[in-house]
Design a protein around this ligand. Structure first.
Ligand SMILES: Cc1cc2nc3c(=O)[nH]c(=O)nc-3n(C[C@H](O)[C@H](O)[C@H](O)COP(=O)(O)OP(=O)(O)OC[C@H]3O[C@@H](n4cnc5c(N)ncnc54)[C@H](O)[C@@H]3O)c2cc1C
Ligand SMILES: *[C@@H]1O[C@H](CO)[C@@H](O)[C@H](O)[C@H]1NC(C)=O
Ligand SMILES: *[C@@H]1O[C@H](CO)[C@@H](O)[C@H](O)[C@H]1NC(C)=O
Ligand SMILES: *[C@@H]1O[C@H](CO)[C@@H](O)[C@H](O)[C@H]1NC(C)=O
Ligand SMILES: *[C@@H]1O[C@H](CO)[C@@H](O)[C@H](O)[C@H]1NC(C)=O
Ligand SMILES: *[C@@H]1O[C@H](CO)[C@@H](O)[C@H](O)[C@H]1NC(C)=O
Ligand SMILES: *[C@@H]1O[C@H](CO)[C@@H](O)[C@H](O)[C@H]1NC(C)=O
Ligand SMILES: *[C@@H]1O[C@H](CO)[C@@H](O)[C@H](O)[C@H]1NC(C)=O
Length: 599
């Protein structure tokens, strides 16, 4: 018996079948594709395969004065450029591999070596489903670590992985409108009404621009360069239009997907409905490569915008009472159809007033409404309460806007770029309507926020993006979306950063404090497993991420993952099935013997 087990053990070590290997094939190993084999892949994708180096590489090895380096320096914080570059993501901490001491920042001295970090070694810059299919089959055949990158905005580092082959979908920009969408395989005559089919690389600002030309609108997020089709919608997709029309994923009618076998399939209510279920909230990079998605569109509508600011001199305890009042009023705002964002800054320097204040600045909108007086009445009781305290300064304005497109292009995402190239980790929680509506809920939330250290300039962002249609859709839509979203009113985020030259030890202190202290404080408000967190804007090291991100849907998601991707070709950090792998997705985690991947 013992020698039988030993034989099995040795056989498994010696196995040359990539499918049965416990680790991905890595560049120093004989299983790694030869130059000839890489060339064959390159030909099959019409020359769109590239060897990739970090962006700042051109500045090293004496290149500091070169034109290439100057261009990289000029573009460094350009999110459109970063989205299209295979050697970049948007949060540069995910380009580095600090555990290995590898990084290549633009800020660090150019005489230091430029290390690959988590930047992929090769990238297929895909322009067609066939490019994706060929790359998927190649990765499967050679047992490579595969990554899918669209915009690279993921806060949890899901679009990079060390020693990987990348599929870059950012160039797939097709947008096609239909007046009356019929899902494939659906009953004859079945119509879903007006819709738009968008390619995998369409950015939110490109989607809004195309919709604007048609006098249409769709549920999407508040960013220029986040992708509409990738991680955003597959993670659920919250929106300032959510309370009006539901989550972005609630409005997905059909996906076209390249599976782990390299097949091109349709997923909708009628065909591959389990995949359709998983792609609406199960998370990006996990079930296949989405080639396009078809979204419901709506007619443009006017809206009322209300802006309410509250502030006190910094450190005045009455600020926290005002925040409690503000939060207690949100169910009323929600009942009036309100949605939007608010920014809590407990410790903020205002240059124009030359003083440091504690403040809340909010932007709340009421789609398909025109009567500002009616909206003023919604805020009047709150303003009255706040005005009773002389230490609290309030500013309130309401406006009527002709259409949502105007709101998007002049208020929410003016200009054409997102702030990028920062180093950040975030912490977040979903909070229920019940919390805000309960007698002590708002003050409980305030006490929690007071326990978190607010450095100068720190912002906690409240996203009033649920309630209304998001809640109502819970009764009619069955998808992988975390069920707690249907009870949510606010998604609250905070972030912590560090500098490019911060040591690994200091980084770990910051990361641990965020994960083990700050997030636990946010989590404690409604009890540890009451609500959960939004998988796209959450802590990258979230504890029990399976229940935080998917709740009771996790087991079904895991089973669907095993069906569509039994060998684990598509693995992302804190994604469905990622617990079977190490943190980088390079080796299977449950080893009977020491992993050759332990660094
Ligand atoms: C400035 C900013 C604003 C944001 N605003 C919002 C908002 O309003 N609402 C909201 O809900 N979220 C918002 N987010 C979060 C956003 O949804 C996530 O960062 C999301 O992961 C971005 O998706 P992406 O495809 O653009 O990014 P990427 O980092 O490229 O991809 C994210 C994940 O999706 C996978 N993926 C990408 N493309 C595909 C594909 N075609 N098929 C399969 N998997 C794919 C990747 O492998 C990765 O796992 C915002 C983020 C930022 C930085
Ligand atoms: C793939 O082919 C193109 C066009 O011939 C070439 O520019 C590119 O460098 C090749 N990629 C690799 C990895 O060799
Ligand atoms: C950002 O990069 C894009 C794409 O490379 C370019 O079109 C745009 O002009 C750049 N924007 C700025 C402000 O440099
Ligand atoms: C806006 O409201 C009107 C009724 O007031 C309704 O007929 C119309 O369908 C609404 N528009 C959208 C896009 O929901
Ligand atoms: C700002 O305030 C500080 C301290 O209150 C004061 O010393 C300084 O002169 C002020 N600066 C300006 C530009 O008013
Ligand atoms: C409260 O103060 C704001 C700002 O000064 C003002 O616009 C508003 O009318 C006041 N509201 C009430 C109800 O007193
Ligand atoms: C609220 O504060 C923001 C940021 O300081 C400012 O841009 C906005 O004009 C203010 N809103 C009102 C109603 O004063
Ligand atoms: C950890 O976080 C808490 C809460 O935000 C804060 O009070 C404390 O100073 C932090 N500790 C470190 C070492 O950063």
């Amino acid at each position: 018996m013992r020698s039988f087990l030993l034989t099995l053990f040795l056989t498994s070590l010696a196995s040359s079948h990539p499918q049965h290997s416990d680790c991905r094939c890595r560049p120093h190993q004989s299983c790694w594709p030869s130059p000839k084999e890489w060339n064959a892949l390159n030909s099959s994708v019409d020359g769109r395969l590239f060897a990739v180096r970090p962006l700042a590489d051109v500045c090293h090895n004496g290149g500091a004065e070169s034109e290439a380096c100057q261009s990289v320096q000029a573009l460094w914080s350009n999110s459109t450029w970063r989205a299209a570059e295979p050697g970049a993501v948007q949060w540069v901490n995910w380009e580095a591999w600090p555990e290995r001491g590898e990084s290549c920042f633009i800020e660090t001295p150019f005489d230091q070596p430029c290390e690959q970090g988590r930047i992929s070694l090769y990238s297929t810059i895909a322009t067609s489903p066939a490019d994706i299919q060929k790359s998927v089959r190649f990765a499967k055949k050679y047992n490579l670590r595969l990554t899918i990158k669209n915009s690279g905005h993921c806060f949890l580092g899901r679009s990079t992985a060390p020693e990987s082959l990348q599929i870059l979908t950012n160039g797939m920009k097709d947008i096609a409108f239909v007046d009356d969408f019929t899902p494939e395989g659906g009953p004859k005559g079945r119509s879903e009404g007006p819709a738009v089919t968008i390619g995998a690389g369409v950015a939110l600002q490109e989607l809004y621009a195309a919709l604007g030309e048609k006098g249409k609108i769709a549920v999407a997020g508040s960013s220029h360069t986040v992708g509409a089709t990738g991680g955003y919608i597959q993670g659920g997709g919250h929106s300032f239009l959510g309370p009006w029309k539901g989550m972005a994923s609630d409005n997905a009618l059909q996906f076209t997907v390249v599976t782990a076998d390299g097949d091109l399939v349709v997923a909708n209510e009628y065909e591959n409905s389990d995949l359709f279920w998983a792609l609406r909230g199960g998370g990006g990079g996990t079930f296949g490569v989405v080639v396009d998605v078809t979204l419901r569109t709506f007619d443009e509508a006017p809206l009322v915008l209300a802006a309410l600011n509250i502030s006190t001199p910094v450190g005045d305890p009455r600020f926290w009472d005002a925040l409690t009042e503000f939060h207690a009023h949100l169910p009323t705002v929600s009942d009036a159809g309100g949605a939007g964002y608010y920014f809590i800054t407990p410790n903020n320097f205002l240059p124009d007033r030359n003083m440091t204040v504690s403040g809340v600045a909010s932007l709340l909108l009421f789609p398909n409404q025109t009567d500002t007086e009616k909206i003023n009445q919604v805020f009047a009781p709150l303003l009255k309460k706040l005005n009773e305290t002389s230490a609290v300064t309030t500013e309130y304005m309401s406006y009527s806007l002709p259409d949502i497109h105007t709101l998007v292009s002049t208020v929410l995402i003016p200009g054409d770029a997102d702030v990028t190239a920062g180093i950040a980790l975030i912490g977040s929680r979903l909070y229920s309507r019940e919390l805000f509506a309960s007698k002590n809920g708002p003050s409980k939330l305030t006490s929690a926020l007071r326990k978190i250290r607010a450095n100068l300039g720190d912002v906690y962002t409240g996203h009033l993006v649920a309630g209304g249609a998001v809640a109502q859709n819970g009764k009619i839509i069955d998808s992988a979306l975390l069920p707690a979203w249907r009870e949510t009113l606010v998604h609250l985020t905070m972030s912590r950063g560090w500098g490019p030259d911060t040591s690994l030890i200091e980084q770990e202190v910051i990361r641990h404090n965020l994960t083990d202290v700050d997030v636990q404080i946010l989590r404690s408000v409604e009890g540890s497993d009451r609500m959960g967190a939004y998988l796209n804007e959450a802590n990258a090291y979230e504890k029990d991420f399976q229940s935080s991100f998917w709740g009771d849907n996790y087991d079904r998601l895991y089973a669907i993952k095993q069906k569509w991707d039994p060998t684990g070709l598509f693995i992302t950090r804190s994604g469905v099935g990622s617990e079977d792998w190490d943190a980088e997705g390079l080796c299977r985690a449950k080893h009977g013997y020491p992993s050759p991947c332990q660094f």
